[in-house]
Design a binder for this molecule. Structure first.
Ligand code: GDP
Ligand code: MG
Length: 370
């Protein structure tokens, strides 16, 4: 079967694609740089150019990524990663902004933080907390669909003047499916028409019993607008995270998840990532989805560069060759050849899936015309 393009073969050997084309031509095979060639031809060319060829089963390409367990004694406490969910207009963005601003004001002067899709604050009890700050549930769902559990705690925001709504229920289901504990934040309690009691009783229908009703779900009444009880919310999050005993091994090659990624005009591909275990260093070689790169710089939520990022730390990664996708898992690999091999494999997979979809579409068309 035809498995890779001339360009990809050249990349893997660090040869020029034109040289590969020329060699193919000598063998009587006419191919363009973007054409696909089969594995046997690729091997022939590689050996002709003096490379040693190691043929691996496609299924072996990703072997060793993500599956190495950490010894229990290597695990150290790590901050919780929190996602705020809830119905539209119930105050998710306001709450995230209020928490961040409060913390920034307390911290450095200036008070200007850049938006990188996630940020870390310090709770009044002294522990760090990472908030994922992506609009809507899209990122959360995408990450889960890709098998990456990237959230430890869900803060369920319910507006006290509106009560439990369809997206509140949806958020509860998402959290349950992911096996993530929920903390209830009853928001907008500054409003005269606020009815926090009503929210508590409505939640019972979804089998969420808050502490003040004798249940086990932690809760807090807040106002993002009046900045009421934000410290209390942070304390409760830290409490919940202590119950969870969250740990990770910081002393291993980093693994993480892409929270969002974009092509920045000045800086090139930029991926906001959450490190989940290990420590990511400037200079590391990373793969995410079908993209790879050497980490040129790591930038914190405060806009500072940092030489390293440990577990639960959100960080911008500069140096990818292309922008990966939200939800892609990131792994540090030993060298560029390995990174290329994995990225190429995934590119091929994507291409084959796209081709399969195209065939389905064409056959559907035929049916319509017959
Ligand atoms: P999201 O859709 O859940 O992200 O909700 P937003 O944060 O965008 O808030 C929706 C609206 O509710 C905005 O007009 C906010 O100003 C307002 N809002 C958010 N939190 C509060 C609050 O604590 N009190 C009051 N009175 N209004 C709030
Ligand atoms: Mg919002």
């Amino acid at each position: 079967p035809e498995t890779l393009t001339v360009q990809e073969l050249a990349n893997r050997m660090s040869e020029r694609a034109v040289d590969v084309v020329r060699l193919l031509m000598k063998q009587g095979v006419m191919k363009k740089i973007t054409d696909l060639i089969d594995a046997d031809t690729a091997q022939l060319i590689a050996e002709e150019l003096g490379h040693t060829v190691r043929r691996v089963a496609e299924s072996d390409v990703e072997e060793g990524l993500f599956d190495a367990p950490d010894a229990p004694e290597s695990l150290k406490p790590r901050p919780p990663v929190v996602t705020i969910m809830g119905h539209v207009d119930h105050g998710k963005t306001s709450l995230l902004d209020a928490i961040r601003q409060t913390n920034v004001v307390k911290g450095e002067a200036g008070g200007i933080t850049q938006h990188i899709g996630a940020y870390q604050v310090t709770s009044p009890l002294g522990g760090k907390i990472t908030f994922i700050d992506t609009p809507g549930h899209a990122a959360f769902t995408a990450m889960r669909a890709r098998g990456a559990k990237s959230t430890d705690i869900v803060v369920l925001v319910v507006a006290a003047d509106d009560g439990v709504k369809p997206q509140t229920a949806e958020a509860i289901n998402h959290a349950r499916a992911a096996g993530v504990p929920i903390i209830v934040a009853i928001n907008k309690v500054d409003k005269p028409e606020a009815k926090p009691e009503k929210v508590r009783s409505e939640l019972l229908q979804y089998e969420i019993q808050v502490e003040s009703l004798g249940g086990e779900t932690l809760e807090v009444e807040v106002s993002a607008k009046a900045r009421t009880n934000l410290d209390k919310l942070l304390e409760i999050i830290q409490l919940q995270s202590e119950i969870l005993e969250l740990k990770a091994n910081p002393d291993r090659p980093a693994e993480g998840t892409v929270i969002e990624a974009k092509l920045d005009r000045g800086r090139g591909p930029v991926a906001t990532a959450l490190v989940q275990r290990g420590t990511l260093y400037q200079g590391d070689i990373v793969v995410a989805g079908s993209e790879w790169g050497r980490v040129r710089a790591l930038v914190t939520d405060q806009g500072d560069t940092t030489p390293e990022a440990g577990p639960s730390m959100p960080v911008e990664i500069l140096g990818f060759n292309g922008a990966p996708e939200a939800g892609d898992r990131i792994a540090v690999v030993e060298n560029e050849a390995r990174a290329r091999e994995i990225a190429d494999y995934r590119t091929r997979q994507k291409r084959e899936q796209a081709a399969a979809r195209a065939v389905v579409r064409v056959s559907g068309l035929e049916q319509m015309m017959s």
